[in-house]
Design a protein around this ligand. Sequence first.
Ligand SMILES: Nc1ncnc2c1ncn2[C@@H]1O[C@H](COP(=O)(O)OP(=O)(O)OP(=O)(O)O)[C@@H](O)[C@H]1O
Length: 525
Amino acid sequence: MTPPLTAEPRTEAVVSVRGVGKSFGPNVVLKGVDLEISSGEVVALLGANGAGKSTLIKILAGAHPDHTGEVLIGGEPARLSSPTAARALGIATVHQRVREGIVPGLTVAENLAFDELAGGGASWLLRRREVMSVARRAVEVLDLGWSDAVLRRDVATLGISDAQLLVVARTLLQRPRLLILDEPTSALSSAEADRLFGVVRQLRADGLAVVLVSHRLGEVDAIADRAVVLRDGRVTADVAKPLSWPVILPAMLGASAEGLKATVLEHDTPETPAPERKAPDGDRPAVVRLRRVKLLDESPPLDLQIYNGEVTGIVGLIGAGKSELAHGLFGSAGWTAGTAEFDGLARPPRTPGEAIRNGIYLVPEDRADQALLPGWSIQRTLSLPFITKVSSRVGVLNGGSERDRASTVIEKLGIVARGPRTELNELSGGNQQKVVVGRWLVEQARLLLLDEPFRGVDLGARRDIGDQVRAVAGAGGAVVVLSADVDEVFEIADRILVLVEGALTLDSPITEVSRDDVVRAFSGA
Ligand SMILES: Nc1ncnc2c1ncn2[C@@H]1O[C@H](COP(=O)(O)OP(=O)(O)OP(=O)(O)O)[C@@H](O)[C@H]1O
């Protein structure tokens, strides 16, 4: 084993991780990790899906006290025996699944003051003035600009990005020494991400140590002082700024790094032209025609067509109506007005079951709530389209073919798992996402709807999913990719549509627009 590439030794380590290991049963996930994090530096923790990043940060957050090796905080051995113990030692973590950090039924102010005041019992909720004063302090920490009227609103009225900022602000009130941000921008627009990173830079200047877990290499480049790469449970590179991608990528991905450098370089040159796509053919049959559909209560009616044999990329931020569009087409939600015609169907699907039986598949944005079934294995999850199709007949699933299908998807999408029967909740987040996307790639779709399919997946998986999605279109199916990330859409789509507050502000072949056009379409110019 060659030693990792190492940056200059640091001084003032806030946290030192020494020879840390962790297994889940026979599965050895971390194999002697060493890491030093100093005050006033932002360390990016990089690695492919399943490399062990979440496991390492969970150890630091006190969630896996049964690890081996040791963690020193401020030079002293630390017992990270529980999340409370970790917080008391100054380690604060903002987890990826933001909604889990929000207490439903409380106001925005009560959520902001929660960690500070909710020590025992519920009586703190009666101390309204104190709650408001803590909440205002939290608002100031992040310069959120929320008025008292916003603070008094039910927390459920916040969109996902504001909820994210709320959790970060609340965490910072605890004045941590080390702040761990686990994919903090996955639900944020680029302006919101910039705002968050502005705050991180300020915190760094104040001496905070930050660990950032991210698959977005552009943002890592912009903010990280150092990148530590994990691969298969080991540190394979530890490099200081300026970050060298030719060193980092192979350390992350091994041999499969070849061919991905171009993708990464695009982050440095946002004006790189879109890859070559076929010219749209004017006579293509539309598989779906929407007429005067209102996606949101307040939005104007829109007309749009989705064509066979192409990937339609729909860019929209949260609140743009893209999930409403996807659920409407899938029969899992209705629109307030308008009609939809589906080629070859007497009527649009009225339920997801009807959609699936007709070859219309949806990978929803919120995979944890809507797409994963607790206790199900990879194999079971991948047979879901098949189960739905045969449920009206007497059908017995053949375990052998189920296993074969699962093995094919595992191989095609590079899913890191012990085998087809591994339960989904044993997989890393990105690998779960690959299964959820993969199950709708098992059978050729008439219409495949993918809402944020690349969120949380690594570069290799992004390429593999992209290849599979293009294969569905290549075989004559229609694919719709909905995303808040313009670069993702440029990478995969033949046609790009921009949605702003339920209105279509751009509809063009990808070869005829630049990123600037897309940005202008966002601003309504
Ligand atoms: N509770 C668990 N039981 C069994 N195995 C687990 C469990 N949690 C994680 N693992 C395994 O540990 C390995 C590392 O997972 P981890 O979540 O740390 O990866 P990651 O680098 O964070 O990936 P991602 O980028 O997909 O989030 C994976 O192979 C995963 O299957």
